[in-house]
Design a protein around this ligand. Structure first.
Ligand code: NG1
Length: 519
């Protein structure tokens, strides 16, 4: 894989580096970096040698389709994670966090022994990065870091909010490690192996988050393709502002994976196999196809050559084929095993996370039709969104088209994929009533954030209304926990973490980078 390499900056001119990364050299941001370097020195008694930084992201459209091989359309956000790193000599990796409330831990440097834990410690993500980097670089190279390391982390991306705090952590730690190893690395390769890293922690991650975290660019959203990972620039229409709002319901992806995220991955794989089978593939062939994208040709062919839409989407009449073939709302394990001719334990053998999902679904089954309909219809909305951005239509017409697609995406996530929740649906409704043109959940769902498309001139009024109608009213009606808020004479309540972290407009931010701190 060729393509652009990860940007390496030398720290001599910090304001210049900050300006390249964040668009302006705000004192506050410069201070954050110097505080980090000082914090590292205070904790470990010597200066760090490199810094890795990688941002969170907001997905504008294309939800839960990356792991089914379909392109998605996210942008990096300004909030990021930074990791300072330096050498230690005791053969262990010491990981500390500049923010209070995060445990300090250390681990050994044998990659084979890493991340074999059942707890959900934040340090698992750093371990996963270490393991991933060791697997990526040649073994001799890796020896340079197995003598021991000190690492200090500071993250701004809200956790469990669908803004990819986990990818920001995994990617920034990987970039810090790659900095120590002094290798020049193509962005796409880092995006590829960091996506694998998250699997060590137990989520069947797609690849979108790491791709945009590493490959994001100031001022641009990106269309991200998979297998292999590559991106296309998507300039957003003039006057389009994306506002991110946190529902303040945590989406604890790693903890609830067996019932939610990983379960959807399993359901989609089963839907792929069953569709393949019903479209004439042998059971062996059907089970060997892993993504809905891999049976797309068969679905299109079943509709007849003349009606087939463009490759990369299954739309209209083709969706009817899916609806007809997967004619049951729920499929139970014994029936699937009979149809596919093998036990699900056998089908998912070797993947502990997926096997757990099979166990969880024993009593209530798998909703294959709705999941497949979501994936195919959402995948078709992504190129439509890009086409609207690229079109020569008047700006306002473009905004309305983007908004329409976002609304359809939310409805599909809610009704077919069942990855929304009451709080997200309320926030979407409040946002629409407050003037958003379109609004949808973003990221995995089941909590976390929404993203709303708002006309530039309406942003201030929009944010004021949502503050009042969702947050302040939510605490008053006991729909949001009072523990997350403190009294405020002006609005009645304000979130303890600050309004700027709860609801904010986000321009597209830059991607991952390595900072060389050596003089
Ligand atoms: P979140 O949970 O928002 O970081 C997850 C996956 C993505 C993608 C989205 C749904 C990980 C690291 N990320 O994102 O790959 O599948 O859900 O579109 O698992």
């Amino acid at each position: 894989m060729a393509g652009a390499t990860v940007q390496v900056y030398h720290i001599q001119d910090l304001p210049h580096v900050i300006e390249s990364l964040y668009g302006s050299a705000d004192k506050e941001v410069c201070d954050r970096f110097t505080t980090m370097i000082r914090g590292f020195e205070n904790r470990f008694g010597k200066a760090p040698e490199f810094l890795g930084r990688s941002p969170g992201r907001v997905n504008l459209i294309g939800e839960h389709i990356d792991y089914m091989g379909y392109a998605v359309l996210p942008m990096a956000i300004r909030q990021d994670t930074i990791v300072a790193i330096g050498r230690a000599d005791d053969g262990r990796v010491h990981v500390s966090n500049l923010r209070p409330g995060f445990s300090e831990e250390d681990f050994g440097t044998n990659p084979d022994e890493l991340v074999a834990r059942t707890d959900h410690s934040w340090v698992n993500y750093v371990m996963a990065s270490f393991k991933g980097v060791c697997g990526y670089v040649p073994a001799e190279k890796c020896q340079q870091i197995t003598t021991g390391l000190n690492m200090m982390v500071e993250g701004q991306v809200p956790q469990g909010s669908g803004l990819s705090s986990s990818a920001a952590l995994v990617c920034s730690a990987a970039l810090a490690l790659l900095g120590m190893l002094g290798v020049t690395v193509p962005q796409a390769e880092v995006a590829q192996f960091t996506a694998e890293c998250e699997k060590f922690v137990g989520t069947e991650s797609g690849g979108m988050d790491q791709a945009i975290s590493i490959m994001g660019e100031l001022g641009l959203a990106k269309l991200v393709h998979f297998n292999p990972i590559r991106t296309e620039d998507v300039p957003l229409p003039e006057g389009a502002i994306f506002v991110i709002a946190n529902s303040l319901t945590e989406s604890a992806k790693a903890v609830s994976a067996d019932r939610q995220y990983n379960m959807r991955v399993v359901e989609c794989r089963l839907a792929t196999a069953l569709l393949g089978l019903k479209l004439g593939l042998s059971p062996e062939e059907a089970v060997s196809r892993r993504t809905l994208r891999e049976v797309e040709d068969e679905v299109r062919a079943a509709q007849g050559p003349t009606l087939g839409g463009p490759k990369g989407s299954v739309t209209g009449a083709e969706l009817e084929v899916v609806r007809k073939l997967l004619d049951q709302e729920v499929y139970m394990q014994p029936q699937l095993e009979q149809l596919l001719g093998l036990s699900l334990e056998h089908m998912f053998a070797g993947n502990a996370s997926q096997l757990r999902c099979v166990g969880v679904a024993r009593d209530f089954g798998f909703k294959l039709r709705d999941r497949a309909l979501h994936v195919f219809s959402e995948a078709a909305r992504v190129p439509e969104f890009k086409a609207a951005c690229d079109s020569n239509a008047p700006a306002d017409q473009k905004l309305l088209e983007l908004a329409r697609l976002m609304d359809l995406s939310h409805a599909s996530c809610r009704d077919l994929y069942e990855c929304s929740c009451e709080e997200l649906d309320t926030l979407v409704a409040v946002s629409k009533a407050a003037g958003a043109l379109g609004s949808r959940l973003t990221g995995a769902g089941w909590g976390g954030c929404t993203v709303s498309l708002v006309r530039q001139e309406d942003v201030e009024g929009f944010i004021t209304k949502v503050k009042q109608e969702y947050y302040v009213a939510g605490v008053n009606d006991k729909k949001l926990s009072e523990r997350l808020f403190e009294r405020d004479s002006k609005d009645g309540w304000r979130p303890i973490i600050g309004w700027e972290n709860v609801i904010f407009a986000s321009p597209p931010g830059s991607g991952g980078a390595i900072l060389d701190l050596r003089k």
